[in-house]
Ligand binder design. Structure first.
Ligand code: IVH
Length: 706
């Protein structure tokens, strides 16, 4: 990107600008400003793209401030591609949907050497070649983006979205310093170009960012990928800047080349003829492409070797990758091979295996959940596994423990695939020394000591004492949770704390808190107390279905809670409903009906609801009259596959707004199945039931509009 001569000049200019910054001098004029911008761009490139800075952070800041200061005095000289213009000012931006110039496809996956050999065989058959040249590079684990440059300037950045349309996130993307705002594409005769890549967060940045969250008492992010993808649509660009994101660019999907015989040397033209050349061209123009990580080889065997080598060293990389991508190197051959509607035939992802580690199982704790289920949790010697430290893992139930042959003191093999919760794969009995002990399942509740019971058809043991402390606490936690009554600023920790201090003993107690006493606790200033009180008061007006869900009736999820709430005028109407009546409701089977019936037969539960009514909670179905007029009244809907225009939740809300009912499975009770892209088993099942109307998203929108 910069040759030695240029570097020398830029370094000299750097020194001179640093001197001026030290003497608090202003720059002379436009020529100087442009030079300073070039100097800053150079240092950004050294730092963010090459990871070889030539300046300390402090010195960089001095230069940056010098530019800021000068631009303030000469606002007429500010240009949109100045390094100072990355920081956007539009608070609370909303995102406009934009069309991709070329659809953003996905990749086909392979998992082992055989899959790769298959891929190679097909490519050879289709092309008629004996040996194919491949370029291999890491599969970055982040969020994909598209960048468009016109006349050397970044004009648009967009998320992948559904592959056809994404969100315009240009302002946010400008916060990422490894993405140049300008690049000299014109020197290659290119006037417009679309580049694809991945926004990632390095392991280091991820750890620092999480530490920051911990310090602010906020919940941490699960992994670098979530951190990166969650950043793209943040409302305030400053928040994006704070996350120290990074980008790898690995694909050119489209470009327009002017007819420029003079300045397009043969060497440059050739670059775009191969994938490896494209990576080199991007690198030469100041982009962080996998130029150093890539490898070009002939035939599939070296591809396999390189993939396995990289997999072995993945933990030493500064960023997360979840596999490798193998691409046919010759672009003309890529075009010849073409693509399916889902993925190109000239590329394939090689997915890494789940990460595994061995550690010791030291003990088993037994935890009591909201429904009284007693879950054994294995306590392990802490071990680092794919971005997180694992020290405890649920081992589900007695049968599971037997099946995996687990003993206390065992060495165990654990694994974690991507985002998935860590699991014990197996114990390693060959490493036993005789001191291991059987895991004894308790026959009394570890919390309230009452006897546990187990139904024949179930694998779990339960504490059936409904006054059991553990259950009461878990029930309150569920009641205040986001999907139930959504009492913000309450949270698990506060529920536990208040319970332990005797300030809260049941669900109605939430609405009778002694705020004066809470105000005396450490960490409860006036502001947090006010927030808590406001959130609790606001929850009294939550729609009925949230209350029904919040009660934590077994087998009643959010969808069923909505069906239930919609079927009555007042929650206490359930007292008089028989199981048969309940089964007639959409989405309610025998097991669910029994559980609901049982709940409303219980005197204590009825007392609790009456108590909640006296405390001012809304127990009536307020929406009922409104939806009665809805065009889709009583019709059942199910959405499957990926919708192109609407989010699933938006579509569901639209149906519900007109009286429609959302169900969770295909059955004869279903009226409409709305199918999006890649619809699977639900679609197949619905085709066999001819009373179900199968409609597209478009048809659904028409239905709603009518
Ligand atoms: S090539 C038509 N190369 O993986 C070109 N994709 O599972 C298709 N990804 O959507 C993409 N690293 O977001 C390509 N080196 C790489 C990649 C990569 C990560 C992502 C990309 C894609 C997804 C498919």
């Amino acid at each position: 990107m910069y040759d030695n001569k240029q570097i020398q000049v830029l370094q000299q200019q750097t020194l001179s600008f640093l001197l001026q910054a030290g003497q608090q001098k202003n720059l002379a004029g436009p020529a100087d400003i442009n030079q300073l911008r070039d100097v800053l761009r150079f240092h950004e490139y050294r730092y963010y793209v090459m990871s070889e800075p030539l300046l300390s952070d402090y010195e960089y800041d001095r230069l940056y401030q010098l530019l800021q200061h000068t631009e303030k005095q000469h606002p007429e000289l500010i240009s949109t591609d100045s390094p100072t213009q990355r920081v956007g000012s539009s608070l609370n931006q909303s995102f406009v949907t934009v069309q991709h110039l070329v659809p953003m496809l996905s990749l086909d996956n392979s998992y082992n050497a055989d899959d790769l050999a298959d891929f190679d065989r097909k490519a050879r058959e289709l092309s008629g070649l004996d040996t194919i040249e491949y370029c291999i590079e890491p599969k970055f684990d982040g969020a994909s983006i598209s960048l468009i440059y016109e006349n050397d300037r970044l004009v648009r950045a967009a998320t992948r979205g559904d592959g056809v349309e994404g969100d315009d996130i240009t302002t946010n993307i400008k916060q990422i310093r490894s993405i140049p705002l300008t690049a000299a594409f014109s020197s290659y005769g290119i006037s417009q170009i679309e580049i694809r890549g991945e926004i990632i967060m390095s392991k280091n940045a991820f750890e620092k960012y999480n530490a920051l969250l911990v310090a602010q008492n906020l919940s941490t992010l699960a992994n670098p990928r979530n951190a990166a993808s969650g950043s793209l649509r943040m409302k305030d660009p400053k928040d994006v800047a704070q996350r120290s994101l990074d980008a790898f660019l690995y694909h050119v999907s489209y470009f327009i080349k002017e007819d420029t015989k003079d300045h397009l040397s043969t060497a440059n033209a050739n670059l775009l003829a191969s994938h490896s050349g494209t990576l080199e061209l991007l690198w030469n123009l100041g982009f962080r492409s996998p130029q150093k990580e890539k490898r070009v080889v002939q035939g599939i065997q070296p591809v396999i070797d390189y993939c396995l080598d990289f997999e072995a060293g993945r933990d030493n990389l500064p960023y997360e990758i979840d596999g490798m991508v193998v691409k046919v190197n010759d672009i003309a051959l890529q075009d010849q091979l073409g693509m399916t509607s889902h993925h190109p035939r000239w590329a394939i992802a090689f997915k890494f295996k789940a990460r595994q580690a061995t550690t010791k199982l030291r003990a088993v704790d037994f935890q009591v959940g909201r429904t009284g289920a007693v879950t054994p949790v294995a306590k392990l010697d802490p071990v680092y596994l794919g971005g997180v430290t694992v020290s405890s893992i649920s081992v589900h139930n007695e049968e599971y423990i037997k099946e995996k042959d687990l003993k206390i003191g065992d060495s165990v093999l654990i694994e974690r695939a991507g985002d998935v919760i860590p699991q014990i794969v197996k114990s390693l009995p060959e490493l036993r020394d005789g001191t291991e002990q059987d895991i004894i399942f308790p026959n009394v509740c570890p919390v309230c000591k009452s006897e546990l019971s187990k139904e024949e058809t179930e694998a779990v043991w339960r504490c059936i004492n409904i006054e059991c402390e553990a259950q009461v606490v878990e029930k309150i936690i569920h009641f205040v949770s986001k999907d139930a009554m959504d009492i913000k600023s309450f949270g698990d920790a506060n529920v536990r704390k208040f319970y332990e201090l005797g300030l809260l003993k049941d669900i109605p107690g939430i609405y009778e808190l002694a705020y004066e006493q809470i105000g005396e606790l450490e960490g409860f200033g006036k502001k947090s107390l006010d927030n808590l009180r406001t959130a609790i008061e606001a929850s009294k007006q939550q729609p009925l279905h949230r209350l029904v869900y919040g009660l934590g009736i077994r087998f009643v999820g959010e969808t069923t809670a909505k069906t239930l709430a919609n079927s009555v005028e007042h929650i206490l109407d359930f007292k008089n409903k028989t199981e048969e009546e309940l089964i007639r409701l959409e989405d309610v089977g025998g097991k669910v009906a029994k559980s609901i019936h049982h709940f409303f037969l219980n005197e204590q539960n009825i007392h609790m609801l009456e108590h909640l009514a006296t405390l001012g909670l809304q127990l009536k179905n307020q929406k009922k009259e409104v939806v009665a007029a809805g065009a889709l009244m009583g019709k059942t809907f199910l959405f499957t596959g990926t919708l192109a225009k609407l989010k699933r939740s938006e579509a569901e809300a639209m149906a519900e707004a007109q009286g429609g009912i959302i169900v969770s499975g295909v059955s004869v009770k279903l009226n409409y199945l709305v199918v999006g892209e890649d619809a699977g088993s639900k679609f197949e099942k619905a085709k066999k039931i001819n009373t179900i109307k199968i409609i597209s998203e478009e048809e659904f929108l028409q239905l709603v509009a009518e």
